[in-house]
Design a protein around this ligand. Structure first.
Ligand code: SF4
Length: 339
């Protein structure tokens, strides 16, 4: 590639926005995997990937995990660069936790319906309405929203953290009303819920899943708590991404209907290769998939480019970072016992 083409290509990689890859020569297949592994060595980078990422990215990652596990890895890594394969709020949390590292995200348009639907300003006005309340916020939110929160939770540690909060104060839970409702039931705590939801988990159809269960009497339904209550009520087991993985691995049942983002099936099949895993059905009968459009914006090609050019990079204002760090540290502190 000529210097001119390379410079042009670099100028096409904005800090925020779409990657334009038309003019670039990108290795393919095994060469692409090798190029990514070479870049990892050359740049002393670590690749962190969420379970909902495309399988090829999961396979090339140094560490695969849920939000809590990835946050811990990001905090502790000694690599110079973190290539974060997940959605924007996750990469931003990595930067908040480990600001001296360069954090790159293959596609900054990898957003999240929960994060997009809850603002710092919105939480500020809820606090004004309920001045005595503790604000517990799901990690699926942006830095401004985190900065207005008292404690952050993930689906792995939410129950433990909610139970640990003082009982003489009300709790505002944002932004996922489905997870909030589930936690209120599990912990017996009254919660004021933000009206947000995950577009993927809300798409599961209770009627179609009930039919699936009737047609597969030997199967168990397992569901993520971001799903709506009628789906959770049908489930034999409800848990975080990691908890669902462990359940499939250890439970005696041989067949599972899985109500969460279907990227998780890749790791489930590796951990329980002899078990049958079926994605739960969604409302739209023309589409049986339950893929997160945002998570799937990341591709191997974009991962290669972001590592090569160290763009798009996640940057955050230091004052905001410090305010957002406090509730994340509170979470890490309150959930030391959660795996
Ligand atoms: S699966 Fe839902 S909660 Fe997770 S990133 Fe996608 S939209 Fe957000």
């Amino acid at each position: 590639m000529s210097t001119e083409t390379l410079d042009k290509a670099k100028s096409n990689l904005p800090v925020r926005g779409f990657l334009k890859i038309d003019d670039l020569i990108i290795p393919q297949g095994e060469d692409l995997v090798k190029a990514i592994l070479d870049l990892k060595k050359e740049k002393n980078a670590v690749i962190l990937a969420h379970y909902y990422q495309p399988p090829a990215i999961q396979d090339v990652a140094d560490f695969l995990g849920d939000s809590l596990q990835l946050a811990r890895q990001a905090k502790d890594t000694e690599a110079d660069m973190i290539a974060f394969c997940g959605v924007h709020f996750m990469a931003e949390a990595a930067k908040i936790l480990n600001p001296t590292k360069k954090v790159v995200l293959p596609d900054t348009q990898a957003g999240c319906s929960l994060a997009d639907g809850c603002s710092g300003e919105g939480l500020r006005s809820m606090r004004a309405q309920y001045p005595n309340a503790i604000i517990a916020t799901y990690i699926n939110c942006n830095a401004e929203t985190k900065a207005e929160s008292d404690v952050i939770v993930t689906s792995s540690n939410a129950e433990t953290i909610i139970k640990s909060l003082p009982t003489d104060r009300p709790i505002i839970f944002a932004p996922d009303k489905n997870l909030g409702r589930y936690l209120a039931k599990k912990t017996g705590r009254d919660m004021i819920l933000w009206d947000g939801s995950c577009i993927v988990h809300e798409a599961f159809s209770m009627e179609r899943i009930a039919k699936q269960l009737a047609e597969n009497p030997d199967a168990k339904l397992i569901a993520h708590p971001e799903s709506e209550t009628p789906v959770l009520d049908l489930a034999s087991f409800v848990g975080s991404t990691s908890a669902l993985l462990n359940y499939v691995e250890k439970d005696d049942c041989q067949k599972f209907i899985v109500a969460t983002e279907e990227g998780i099936l890749h790791e489930m099949r590796k951990r329980a290769p002899h078990k049958e895993l079926v994605p739960a059905l969604v409302f739209d009968e023309s589409c049986n998939c339950s893929e997160c459009f945002y998570m799937k914006r990341n591709t191997m090609e974009k991962l290669y480019l972001c590592m090569k050019y160290e763009l798009p990079e996640i940057l955050i204002n230091e004052e905001l970072r410090l305010r957002a760090l406090k509730p994340i540290e509170a979470m890490l502190d309150l959930s030391k016992t959660v795996k």
